[in-house]
Design a protein. Structure first.
Length: 425
């Protein structure tokens, strides 16, 4: 029997580590998708008074409502049934789900005992792919020691020791951007980047693929971002060594400035970004989900045949995103409706372009060639003046993304399914 035949005889089983925000919503996604025939969820500890408490955690959500109504509509019946308390066995919409409540260290979870090939780690704690599988504090590679063939981290990699390079076996992938770079023989450790990087990548890619906008001179991004569980509900005293005191302030009544690694992660999935002086920051606001990327980009204006410069209009810019929306289902959605954030919660799209609010401005900048490095002095002496005027276009582009389910978890689910299908090709 061939390796492919062995795979076809085997039930596709998914492992999910953690029932946090992304962990629970990943479970929801795959219950609805029905690709995996069984799902094993590691909680690593007791919850409430038993399995019924875990069932309620899975069933109800303050943002999206109940799982049955979210997946099946307002008239849907409840879909979670407890099968065996001791074994942690649930049946959710016909899919067997096993809840593990013992091990916290990934190496001790024992995925091989449950036939799990792919694990999605949603703890947000094991982000360093350089840490050994047997580390006493746990590591992302520990899932491989526990029997998984591939582990997908639902956040960006963060290497603590800055002297270490990214291991060859680790790769950052975003579905619809570079997911086809996955090689099951080379990449057992995968990062699905972050919600913001996912949305941003799908905003940048159409620009780089169009001749009118492919040459980005500079770019910056601010995300107006919903709160996350890493923040504090009320003010608290920061931990020792904490540098960002704002994260210890109340999320309920503050706009909080903070950082994001979206620019760095973006360059890992779209290498061309390394040539752009890209900056990124985050502004946390007191909403539970649905965030907004404000992308600023400057382009060199192109000239017509008669020498006059051709400005990049808002209509031309929006046409780029209309084309992207037509070419890729659930990646880019183009909208000219007057949206507010709650209108787009749960929207199955990596990014929703707010076409009505996008705009461009064309202007000239003066460049002193004498300040340009490596220009031969002999060349400068041939010029009547060292300053030249260059036409540029500044664009401001707005994109909505559901940082929990609609944008991020759905793309993570697409990536997870793709990776599992690729394992035995």
């Amino acid at each position: 029997m061939s390796q492919v035949e062995v795979f076809e005889c085997r039930r596709p089983v998914l492992g999910v580590n953690s029932l946090g925000r992304i962990g629970k919503l990943t479970l929801w996604h795959h219950i609805g998708r029905k690709y995996f025939q069984e799902i094993v969820v590691n909680v690593g500890r007791g919850v409430g008074t038993g399995l019924s408490a875990i069932a309620q955690v899975i069933e109800k959500d303050a943002t999206y409502g109940t799982i049955h109504r979210f997946l099946r509509g307002v008239n849907a019946e409840r879909m979670i049934r407890i099968v065996d308390e001791k074994r942690g066995a649930l049946l959710i919409d016909g899919i067997p789900v096993t809840i593990l409540r013992e091990a916290r260290n990934p190496a001790d979870i024992g995925w091989r005992n449950h036939g799990v090939d792919v694990v999605v780690d949603c703890t947000g704690k094991f982000q360093d792919p350089t840490i050994a599988p047997d580390d006493k504090n746990g590591s992302i590679a520990g899932h491989l020691a526990g029997g998984a063939k591939v582990v997908i981290n639902s956040s960006a990699f963060k290497i603590k020791n800055k002297a270490l390079a990214m291991p060859d076996e680790a790769i950052t992938l975003i579905y619809g951007i570079n997911h086809t770079a996955f090689d099951h023989k080379k990449h057992p450790i995968v990062s699905a980047a972050s919600c913001t990087t996912t949305g941003l990548a799908h905003m940048i890619k159409p620009l780089l693929e169009d001749q009118a906008t492919s040459r980005i001179l500079t770019a910056s991004m601010s995300t107006v971002h919903a709160v996350t569980n890493s923040q504090s509900i009320l003010d608290k005293t920061p931990k020792a060594g904490e540098k960002d005191l704002r994260k210890s302030r109340s999320t309920l009544n503050n706009i909080i400035l903070t950082s994001t690694n979206a620019a760095e992660a973006l360059s890992q999935v779209i290498p061309e970004v390394k040539n752009i002086g890209f900056m990124a920051d985050s502004i946390r606001v007191p909403t539970n989900t649905e965030s907004l990327i404000v992308l600023n980009a400057t382009f060199q204006a192109r000239a017509n045949k008669d020498g006059a410069h051709a400005p990049l209009s808002r209509d031309r810019l929006n046409d780029i995103y209309k084309k992207a929306a037509n070419d890729h289902d659930h990646m880019v959605v183009y909208s000219e409706e007057q949206n507010v954030s709650t209108d787009l919660i749960g929207m199955d799209a990596a990014i929703v372009i707010e076409g009505q609010f996008n705009h461009t401005r064309t202007a000239f900048i003066d460049v002193d060639l004498s300040n340009v490095p490596d220009l031969p002095e002999a060349f400068l002496k041939t010029l009547s003046q060292s300053t030249i005027r260059i036409p540029v276009v500044h664009a401001k582009i707005f994109g909505w993304y559901d940082n929990e389910y609609g944008s991020y978890t759905n793309r993570l689910g697409d990536l997870t399914t793709y990776i599992h299908q690729s394992l035995f090709r």
